[in-house]
Design a binder for this molecule. Structure first.
Ligand code: SF4
Ligand code: SF4
Ligand code: SF4
Length: 155
């Protein structure tokens, strides 16, 4: 997975602040958080000498095919529907505190992110994921609890 330092290495590194950030490193962090896009750096976008890095960055921060807005990919061929990720996801827990096996309905089904359907995990309501949006955090609840690495986040 791409990290902020790798993105920073491809930026002009002049800290000119034209993007509204205080430094190129701050811009790299915002890129990683999807708070800004590559095009928000005018020198990178407009100056021919940065063209190659511009193209590389565009490629790096584009979600891979099949990824949701959060970059979430479920490798369905690996998932065997154990449900570990479903019960580990803090957003699921907050909205379905007793779990699906309890007989109690979720507090808000529209906020559940992960569920098992037809023996495979499905992701919905991904804008509720802690990795989504301006205040995102790099939650790993679903990744670390999957025994077969069927959940991946790509930038
Ligand atoms: S506009 Fe580009 S070069 Fe200037 S600080 Fe922002 S990221 Fe760095
Ligand atoms: S990253 Fe966190 S909030 Fe998002 S689906 Fe996984 S466990 Fe849930
Ligand atoms: S923890 Fe992994 S194998 Fe289990 S349901 Fe989730 S994605 Fe599938």
């Amino acid at each position: 997975m791409t990290n902020a330092m790798e993105l920073y290495q491809l930026l002009p590194k002049t800290n000119c602040k034209e993007c509204g950030k205080t430094s190129c490193m701050a811009f790299a962090v915002a890129l990683l958080a999807r708070e800004l896009t590559v095009d928000a750096c005018p020198p990178l976008k407009n100056e021919p000498k940065f063209k190659e890095n511009y193209e590389k960055l565009k490629e790096r921060v584009s979600p891979a095919e099949g990824a949701t807005e959060t970059g979430l990919i479920v490798h369905e061929e690996l998932c065997f529907g154990c449900g570990n990720c479903v019960v580990a996801c803090p957003v699921n827990v907050a909205n379905d505190p007793y779990g699906v096996g309890s007989g109690n309905a979720p507090k808000d089904e529209k906020k559940l992110i992960l569920s098992i359907e037809d023996g495979i995990v499905r992701a919905k309501n991904v804008d509720e994921c802690r990795r989504f949006g301006k205040n995102k955090i790099l939650c790993t609840g679903c990744i670390v609890t999957c025994p077969v690495e069927a959940i991946e986040f790509v930038v």
